[in-house]
Ligand binder design. Sequence first.
Ligand SMILES: Nc1nc2c(c(=O)[nH]1)N[C@H]1C(S)=C(S)[C@@H](COP(=O)(O)OP(=O)(O)OC[C@H]3O[C@@H](n4cnc5c(=O)[nH]c(N)nc54)[C@H](O)[C@@H]3O)O[C@H]1N2
Ligand SMILES: Nc1nc2c(c(=O)[nH]1)N[C@H]1C(S)=C(S)[C@@H](COP(=O)(O)OP(=O)(O)OC[C@H]3O[C@@H](n4cnc5c(=O)[nH]c(N)nc54)[C@H](O)[C@@H]3O)O[C@H]1N2
Ligand SMILES: [Mo]
Length: 814
Amino acid sequence: MTDISRRRFLKTTGYTAGALTFHTFIPLAHGAEEQGNGILTAGRMGPLLCEVKDGKLVASKNALAQTMPNSLQLTGPDQVYTKARVKYPMVRKGFLANPQDPQGRRGDDEFVRVSWDQAYQLIHQQHMRIRKEYGPSAVFAGSYGWRSSGILHKAQTLLQRYMSMAGGYSGHLGDYSTGAAQVIMPHVVGSIEVYEQQTTYPVILESSDVVVLWGLNPVNTLKIAWTSSDCAGLEFFHQLKQSGKTVIIIDPIRSETAEFFGDNATWVAPHPMTDVAMMMGIAHILIKSNKHNKPFLEKYTQGFDEFEAYLMGEEDGIEKNAQWASNICGLPIKQLRLLAEIFSENRTMLMSGWGMQRQQYGEQRHWMLVTLAAMLGQIGLPGGGFGLSYHYSNGGNPARDAGVLPAISASLGGGSSAGNDWAVSGAVQSFPVARIVEALENPGKEYSHNGHRLTFPDIKMIWWAGGANFTHHQDTNRLIAAWQKPQLVVISEPYWTAAAKHADIVLPITTSFERNDLTMTGDYSNQHLVPMKQVVEPQGEAKSDFDVFADMAELIKPGGHEVYTEGKTEMEWLYEFYTAAQKSGRAARVPMPNFDTFWRNNQLIEMNENPKSAQFVRYADFRDDPVVNPLGTPSGKIEITSKTIAGYQLEDCPAHPTWLKPDEYTGNAQADELQLMTAHAADRLHSQFNYASLREQYAVANREPIWIHPDDAKVRNIADGDLVRAYNQRGQVLVGAVVTNRIKVGSVCIHEGGWPDLDKQSGLCKNGAANVLTLDIPTSRLANGCAANSALVKIEKYSGEPLPLTAFDPPENG
Ligand SMILES: Nc1nc2c(c(=O)[nH]1)N[C@H]1C(S)=C(S)[C@@H](COP(=O)(O)OP(=O)(O)OC[C@H]3O[C@@H](n4cnc5c(=O)[nH]c(N)nc54)[C@H](O)[C@@H]3O)O[C@H]1N2
Ligand SMILES: Nc1nc2c(c(=O)[nH]1)N[C@H]1C(S)=C(S)[C@@H](COP(=O)(O)OP(=O)(O)OC[C@H]3O[C@@H](n4cnc5c(=O)[nH]c(N)nc54)[C@H](O)[C@@H]3O)O[C@H]1N2
Ligand SMILES: [Mo]
């Protein structure tokens, strides 16, 4: 594991200095003949074939040929038929009794079934009252989350479209995924980096000697994509394994990816939250051995000298040498030396995930990673440099020449808009998404964000559609307290999530299997256009978000329904979107049948390969001529020191990459405290499918698993399979012990996404939701990103009452 040696590197990875392996990436097959076997639709996990018997969905599976299995593709029937479905509109009893001045507490009250009309009227009256009394900024419709795939049934956009019609709303900035990276990267390299086409997978297979997976678990995270997966990323990692290239995995957890690579990769396990120190140690070694690329730094970067002075201790008297780094990250000096040597002597691609920037001072991670890559001098060369999206939405799959679908827009009249959901907003005011509880607690408070002074709105109403904020947000107990403040909370959901159970009004929404839609696959590749066909009838009284908000629009003003829908039915919208794609397809020479034929065919359309796109190398233009092709930074170069950030004068984000000691990490833990990691799970998409039968494969003692190192388990007398209580000053959860060498000693992991299920008496979470324990702080006042992976916990064998799990039970009468 951590104890790597030169010999082991050579032996296990077939590494020979300067060796080149040539591989051509083979695109996946169409799988067209299989499509006869079922109804074709799609989800985040890719195009799906659905088997229906007697009007019931009995199985879902991959519709594209694939080498790597994807468990999430099997969840179709569970998604439709789980007992956790919301069947009818429901209202909290204390709210229904007096909507203007509700009694009882959200989360503790009973629910009462009402008709759709009653629910609509209740929401409309209170919404209009609140809007009139407090203005549009009092209505929060940011509604972050991973609603289902599709270009019409986009929950947030549809909510915001309705709210725009009603006169505006408060929205959000950024996301939970890359909150820190997407704000710091524009200062450093002039673009957000995290959602952009990477140097392609074929180029990596052709040209990289060494591939470093720095906090990257693609075997899990490539099971899904934001649009719908084109499934090329998993295939790429399969081929990378076959290629015999040197693969180094830097992660406190021996992840599913590390298991998959087995002897074909080397696992290096630093302490969590210490990568910046580790990278600085490597940087120091490079300078001392004169292996940093001075001509590159001179020509393409700004402010290396200041950084070097800091590294050498001229700023603070502390030299960031290998010994210093080793003390912090827990890796032997000789390993840091070996990494410095391997990185600098070979064509090396530093691929990085995002878990390590979802931490306090998360901005520093990728800033330092880019700095290290700049010192290696390979940015812009085929197969070298760094990449921040290889593990996400198939970021290295080459772009196709495609007919591209537009999508419904949040603004009226515009009809449709292509592009990024996160950016769409008719918001009158917005705040960084992960600061929601801080906002609820502090209406009107000023705070700084990316150099600006902003003010939190005074939120009186929340409508959430398409997100699971009770699982995704940190410090659940603090959230529950703040959640009592608004006068009205509405949740649109297919399922009785914890957020639904803490709402005033819950509306039953269809799953993607119960409505018609369209999607592209591949956020960057646009590889396929897929019909998302309705597979079964809606369950209970479920309606689509589109129908719900169209109905609500009619109450704003007579004729509002027509305005909202622009007079088009579901199928008429799809026809229009498809026709627009057909038009752009014509320009790209993609043959596309007319809509009726396409819809009847029950087949996806594969877009044309483009040999030039397949050879895309990120930053090649910049490297070629930095004067003609400057970066979008003030200097046009890579900013290792940023005058802009220096000007913000932030203690928690200084002018160049800096090692900042986190509040809660192994370096300041008490003897009995452990670092909590909350990685993304293999068999879930966040909280989605926690109710599914896949859970039987990972739950331990019917709770979320907690990974514990044998040494940490032994001193606490915990055995594999035991029920364990994990706790800190913020809360406590019941989890099942997985005692394993696959995690760094001193750390534990509870995967994010378990549904909160708090026991009414003790407050103990019976399902083991990680965020009951996490810290709700901003990464820094530069980005205000989510810092979920920053928490210390204690654990003990559980000896109390065995509490029954109720996470997936609907409320009574539900
Ligand atoms: N501790 C910790 N916390 C984290 C993270 C972490 O690493 N650690 N990661 C963070 C990250 S990166 C993210 S992106 C967030 C994810 O947070 P979310 O995106 O909020 O998580 P999901 O569970 O995917 O929630 C989607 C919700 O939408 C509902 N839904 C699906 N389709 C529809 C639809 O058509 N209409 C409506 N109305 N609802 C629908 C689903 O039932 C589900 O409840 O979590 C964040 N939280
Ligand atoms: N199956 C599945 N796929 C998903 C998701 C899902 O929930 N399930 N979520 C999707 C979403 S919204 C997102 S944002 C992405 C998330 O993608 P990421 O943010 O990259 O995923 P994580 O699992 O949080 O972290 C990746 C790896 O980083 C490691 N890590 C954590 N802290 C540190 C650290 O301090 N140092 C180092 N070196 N490594 C560390 C973790 O152990 C983990 O193996 O995944 C997407 N894909
Ligand atoms: Mo995310």
